[in-house]
Design a protein around this ligand. Sequence first.
Ligand code: TXA
Ligand code: MG
Length: 325
Amino acid sequence: MSLDHELERAKIVLLTGGIVALPTETVYGLAAMINNEEALKKIFAIKERPFFDPLIVHISDLEQRHQVVSAWPDVAAFLAEKFWPGPLTMVLPKREDLNSLITSGLNTVGIRMPAHPVARALIEECKVPLAAPSANKFGKTSPTKAEHVRKGFEKEDIFILDGGQSEVGLESTVVEITEEGGSSIVTILRPGAITAEILEAALGDRGQPFEVRRKSSMASPGNIEHHYMPNIPLVIVDQEGAALKQRVRDEICKDFEMERNVRGAELKLDPNPRIAARSLYVRMRECSDTGASFIFVFRNPTQVGGLWDAIWDRLGRASSRTYRG
Ligand code: TXA
Ligand code: MG
């Protein structure tokens, strides 16, 4: 079936109060029109997502921001110009009449313009922004391919638009935009491909006072510690070397009440952080699918800064424990 035809069908699903799984450059999202409360409720029900976890609103052109936010500070305009369409979500004051299901009762809303042409085409067709969390059950690994969505919702009947593998592979960077004494404060609530370093460089070029702050993991509602969990335990091992030490293996088996010497699958990260990010969730799923009893990943102390921070943030949340080798 042609993409145009698929888009037309997706549009009809949305206009009649349904939800659609759509590709974005970060991860696949589960989308509803922001002005349809029934559809918004369906998102929470199907994902088994608690209502305290706010949704991100996706727009296809800058004009649409008026349907979502009530303020547009100069720094937001600057960051939008610089990084949209792309993997940056800005948390800004919400429009009063924006459905509070989207914002979990907060007076702010997360907004971004995705880069994936299929996502943008669908939003454009609907003429209404789409609220979309990642298309996975709450707390589970985000999907970066259409088949991940299909497998995650086998019992539910969800219309899925297939847009290939997500290019970035990690959820968007979430920043809160505030103002303190004439200075723009950009607080990173969730690290992503638009890194602290990239934001600092861009804002530095702008020549206005600013500060980029890195917040700890609990800063964002829904950004709870354990998240992105694969179906079997994932553990991080602080150890250099090619093989898992027997002592560590024994500890893992004991902690998770598994038979001694059950098989663990090693999650290997590509040395190129872009590729490591793109393939992270795919690899996690592959490791789960091998029939292994647990996944282990060696922490490489040189993998810090830039995109590595986002990759290790997700690994930290996906993991059950850290072991010292
Ligand atoms: O890349 C992405 O952002 C993907 C794609 C589909 O766009 N979406 C995504 O949505 O990752 P989700 O629901 O899995 O994560 C949204 C997170 C929330 O859990 C919360 O941490 C943060 O964004 N968030 C949303 N609105 C917020 C707000 N008003 N204040 C603070 N944090 C907010
Ligand atoms: Mg998510």
